[in-house]
Structure formats: C-alpha cells, structure tokens
Design a protein around this ligand. Structure first.
Ligand code: ZN
Length: 240
C-alpha cells in the first residue's frame, strides 16, 4: 500500500469512526432518466447559508410554502439544538439540507480532526434530526482546497449568483441584482438569518415566477441536467 493510499484509508477509517462520510446520489436516475419536472421552463436554485435562526427562517419557510417553492439550506451545526422542529419542517416540506460546518469556520488548512469535528459532527446531528443521510457541503466563504475536497465526503456546492446580502442588508438592491443576473441553471446564495434577505428571497421568487422560472433544490437541478453529483467535486451552477 502506497503512502497516499495509506493516508486515504486512514482518512476513511476516521470518517467512519466519527460518524461516516456518506454520500448517496439521491433520486436514483432510472433507465429513462429523471422525470422532466420543468417541462422546458428555466430552472433555478435558491440556497440559504448560516441558519437556522428561528424568527427569520420560520418566516422564510412560511413564504416559500405559500409559493410552492423548495430551496436548499446549508446549516450551522451549533444552531441545530433548539431548532430541531425547524429542520424537520424543512425536510418534510421538500427542502434540501446540507452542512455549513459546526460554527462557521474556514475549512481550508484544517487537519483531519478539526475538519471532521466541523463537518462530520454537523452531518451526524442532522442525520439524527431528520433520520436520513446525504448532506452536501458548502464551505464557509466558498473556500476549498485539496484537503477539503479529499475529506468532504459529499459534493461541494458553491454558487453562481452572490448579491452579498449580508453586506448592506438592502432588500431592493439584492432583489435587483439577482433579478438582473438570474438565468437557467443558476445557484443563488442568500442568508436566512437576516429579515432583509428573507424579504428579498420572496420578492425574487415572485419576480422570477412571473418570468417562468421553476425553483428547485440543488439535487433536483443537477438531476435535471443529468449531472451525477460526486463527493469531493465542486459545483457552481448547472447551466444548460
Ligand atoms: Zn456562511
């Protein structure tokens, strides 16, 4: 066994010991391919980082439910406790859940122990909370290196539209930027911990619905574009 393989085997063993880095391609593609859910409509994915936060995330889930929209949430592990009902609600309402580390650290440069404490610990807690696995990873700040790719245990989901909603918390500017950039297959980055971003997200949904867009989860978007998500690979968009 070469040194590299030994290290990989060790990493895998650690991952299994620490709760298991598991990724299963969801919604297995049949011989006929995935059912066409868009019927030719442009598809787009809303993604939300840094939650859950009870006040704002609940308001967002209410607004998305009213509009029949599903989204993808990259969650902070230390914010799960006390918010389990919100996370179960996300899952029950068809939203995709992913990992955004335990307490929002930069993952690049972390050794295996620290990495797994951030990612596997969060993944295990989410698995306990919703009773299933397969959580994609979004590294804080979108920072990825070879170590992150090697240890991710899941696809790494980045984004193609970032209106920096955290910066000035200006709903109208965020809505205008996303509306101007939105195209078929884009992944939009927002944060569900700010009231201004929740309001922006719902306005974005209404504007893009009027343009014929269909909102889907990241998994659905990949599946519709016939992309099999691979652990350790990064994805920014699923443009046609
Ligand atoms: Zn973040």
């Amino acid at each position: 066994m070469g040194k590299k393989r030994k290290i990989m085997a060790l990493a895998l063993t650690m991952a299994l010991l620490l709760g298991g880095a598991r990724w299963r391609e969801p919604g297995a593609v049949t011989a006929d391919g995935p059912a066409d859910i868009g019927a030719g409509r442009p598809l787009i994915a809303l993604t939300f980082d840094d939650g859950p936060r009870r006040s704002t995330t609940t308001q967002l889930l209410d607004g998305l439910a009213q509009r029949g929209v599903t989204a993808t949430f990259f969650l902070i592990g230390e914010q799960v406790e006390g918010n389990e009902d919100i996370i179960r609600r996300m899952d029950a309402e068809g939203h995709q859940l992913g990992v955004h580390t335990w307490d929002h650290v930069q993952l690049t440069g972390l050794g295996p122990r620290d990495f797994y404490a951030q990612v596997e610990r969060t993944r295990s807690l989410l698995a306990q909370t919703v009773g299933r696995e397969s959580f994609a990873l979004r590294p804080p700040y979108g920072m990825v290196d070879n170590g992150v790719k090697k240890r991710s245990g899941a696809p790494i989901i980045l984004w193609s539209i970032d209106p920096t909603d955290w910066d000035d918390k200006n709903t109208q500017r965020v809505v205008a930027e996303v509306a101007a950039q939105a195209g078929d297959g884009d992944i939009i980055l927002l944060h569900d911990i700010y009231p201004t971003s929740v309001e922006a997200a719902l306005q974005i949904v209404d504007i893009l619905h009027a343009r014929g867009f269909l909102f889907v989860t990241v998994e659905e978007l990949a599946s519709q574009r016939h992309v099999a998500l691979e652990p350790g690979e990064t994805y920014c968009d699923f443009h046609p």
